[in-house]
Design a binder for this molecule. Sequence first.
Ligand code: UGA
Length: 441
Amino acid sequence: MHICVIGTGFVGVVSSGVFSSFGHTVVGLDVDERKIDQLRQGIVPFYEPSLTDLLIAEQQKDHLTFTTSYEEAISQSEVIIIAVGTPSAADGQADLKYIFAACESLAPYLQPKSIVAIKSTVPPGTLPKAQELISRTYLAAHPQGPALELGMASLPEFLKEGSAVADSLHPDRVVIGAREDWVFQKLSELHTPLQAPIIKVSPESAQMAKYAANSYLATRITFINQIADLCELNGADVQEVISAISPDKRIGTHYWYPGLGYGGSCFPKDVKELAAYSRSVGEANNLFNKVNELNEDRMTKLMDTFDKEIGGWKGKKVALLGLSFKPNTNDTREAPSTKIVPYLLAHQARVAGYDPKARLELTDQTDSASEFVQKNTLAEAVIGADVIMCVVEWPEITDWDFGRSKESKPQFFIDARNQFDQTKLVSQGYQYLRIGKKLHT
Ligand code: UGA
C-alpha cells in the first residue's frame, strides 16, 4: 500500500517507520526542509530508543522516503495520514491551524479515490470541517473532474514516548473512526500486520476515545497523588495502600506511581483541551478542570512541604536528578524539572542538574540563573549536595550506588518517584524523604 504521513514530529516519524516496516511504501512529508534533510540521513531530532535504526533500515530497503513536496508525496498515495501538531490555543482548546493547512495543501494532488486519516489529537467535529475544506480545494484545482471519492477517518495514536516503537508494533488495540465500509476495510488492511484487535467506531467516538484514555490515566495519577497527600497526614504509606488495592482486578497495577504530577506533551495538554471542550459545549463544571488544577498546583505544594522538612531550600546545594519528563526520552515538555528549577532558584538554592539524555533550556533566566548548572555525569552532580532529589526514574539513576558518593556532612535524599530502598539509604547516612508517607528522616 502507498501511504503518506504528513508531519515529521514524534508521532509522524514513528508511524512512518512502523508502517514502512510492514512493507508498505511510505513517504514522510514535512514543510521543514532541515528536518527532512536530517531524516534522509537517518538523523532523528529527538531521542527515542530503536527509532534511528528503524528509519535507517527502512530507507535502505526503499520502503521509506522523506520529502517536502506535497505534489510528489500525495500524488502517489492511496492513504494520507495527518500527524501534524495541534498546540493548545489561548482558550485551552486544540488549535487546528496546522491540520487545516495540511488539508488545503494536500487536496489538489489527491488521487480521485483517496483516504485522509487524522492521527493528530483533535476534538469531535473536526472531520467534517477537514472534509469540506479538502473537497472544496480539490474541486477548485480540478473543475473538470474527475470527481473526488474521499474517505475521511480518525486514527488516534496511543503510543508512549520512550517505548514508541515497541508500543506501535505491539499495540493493545487499533482504533479506526470512520463511516464507510471501504474506508474501514482499507485502514484495517493497513494495520493487519500488527495482529492487534481493531476497534471500528465513528470518528467522534475515536476522537473521544483518545481524550478519554489520556484523561483517564491523568485522573488516575492525580487520584493516587491525592491519596499520597492524605497518607502523609495520617501515618499511612501510599505504597502499602497501592499494594493493598491493586490486586483487585477492577483496579489493577498500572499508572499507580505517585510523584510530582504528570507531565509531557500529552496528558497536561489533552486534559486541558477536554476541559476547554467541555466548557465550550456547556459543561463548565467538569472533572477535567479540577484534575488539571490539582496537577498544576502539585509541584509547588510538594516543594513547599519538602522546604519545611529540610529546614528551608535557601542556600542549599541541590542535585536534581532527571530533567526529562520521564525515563528514556530527552523530551522536557512539562517535565518536573521545568518547574522545580525556577522554584529552587526563587528560593535561593543552588542547583546542579543531571539527566542521561535531556538538557533543560531555561527560557526565562532570572538573575540567579547562574546558580543552575547542568552536569555531564551523575557523579559530578551530587558532589557537595545538601539535597539529592530524584525526580525521574531513569535506570541509571535508580541503579546508582549512592552509598559510594555519600559525604560526611548531613545530606537529604528526596525520592520523588518512590523508587529507592529507604532502609539502605538510611543505613548509608541519608535523611530520606519520599512521597505518600509521613515525612521523616
Ligand atoms: C501518553 C499516553 O500514555 C499514551 O498512550 C498517548 O499515546 C500519549 O500520551 C499521547 O497522547 O501521545 P506519554 O506522554 O508518552 O504517553 O507518557 P506516559 O508514560 O503516559 O507518562 C505521562 C506522565 O505521567 C509522565 O509525566 C509520567 O511520569 C506520569 N506518570 C505516569 C505518573 O506520574 N505516574 C504513573 O503511574 C504513570
